[in-house]
Design a protein around this ligand. Sequence first.
Ligand code: FAD
Ligand code: GLY
Length: 377
Amino acid sequence: MNASSDVLIIGGGVIGLAIAIELKLRSYSVTVLSRDFHAAASHAAAGMLAPQAEAIPTSPMLDLCLRSRSLYPEWTRKLEELSGEPTGYWSCGILAPVYQASDNQKDVAYWLDQDAINLYQPGLGAEVVGGWWYPEDAQVDNRALVRALWTAAKSLGVNLCDQITVEGIQQQQRSVVAVQTSAGISRAEHYVLATGAWSNELLPLPVRPKKGQMLAVRAPDVNSKGLPLQRVLFGSDIYIVPRHDGRSVIGATSEEVGFTPHNTPFGIQALLERAIRLYPQLQDYPIQEFWWGFRPATPDELPILGASPCHNLTLATGHYRNGILLAPVTATLIADLILKQNDPLLDHFHYSRFYQNRSQDNSLSPLLTCSPPPLLP
Ligand code: FAD
Ligand code: GLY
């Protein structure tokens, strides 16, 4: 494994692949090393593009999310053209039904009373008293998206290597000189860390896994009767995301259990109870699949984007609940940065925010050592 590229990306989830394509389109030679393409959170996600339904407060994070959501139609169109594969982008809007009316006003959402919400989506549970309608939120079929990204990257000539683990990042005087992998040493001019929930294995970054369990059901007779669910339903601790083919993805738990694998009866029971309360007819749908994944969570729930202590290592991790949504904007901003065009929005997501109070003389030092992760406030 001595092939040398301009840029070597560690991690082949949605973030690593999106950055790889963006750089390749700007004429860089790019290698992606990924331990396990199929273990990525990007496969496990629901694919909601939901900054408003997820109630992200007005902040640089909301600006980042809205910018990314607005890039989605053109970005997926281009990927579909490059790959010849669908991405399942669907501007279906998101309905957030509630069981208790509230007086809150929301600039970006429309309040629907019980009659109105049942016109938008027939078949809601009898306890639903109304809800919010977010017409600009959308969804993508994240598994189809990741397949399209992989095919597009391959067809553009990105060197994609799955089943390769990066075991260490060799640094000298604030430069990465090589990465040590399960298949030998690999070098590049520039490196990008996009290893999601596993980032802390390579650098002492405060990224930890937040497990989410999911399941999927399939509506019967879609060909003859049409799709029963036409919008994403976003309830309290539950969401139901319908796909065009009649499958509905139901999620998700949010658990602090490290990398503990598998679905549990407790997790799945909770999801099914909440989903049936929200949309009762799915109690009779055949169950298709159960799975789980690990969100890359940070202490402030914001991503870590941009420069690192090493001048030739860029960070793109910690996307937590919104990595599918944030893929296009992350790819654009990170490619711009590698080309020395720093968007000021990136400053809000710099890793040093976690170290500012710890090290007066050199706030970069924790990442330069390969010591255990620092304790965070
Ligand atoms: P990942 O997709 O996890 O990819 C990381 C890759 O790096 C993996 O392939 C891994 O094998 C590889 N890797 C790790 N360590 C190494 C190493 N040492 N060497 C080589 N390779 C390595 N986001 C949304 O926007 N909308 C949603 O609706 C949504 N729903 C979600 C539901 C669930 C249940 C979960 C778990 C997540 C959800 N997310 C959602 C969040 C989203 O999935 C993540 O934020 C996003 O997938 C992170 O992408 P990533 O590329 O950073 O990481
Ligand atoms: N964004 C949905 C989730 O992380 O479960």
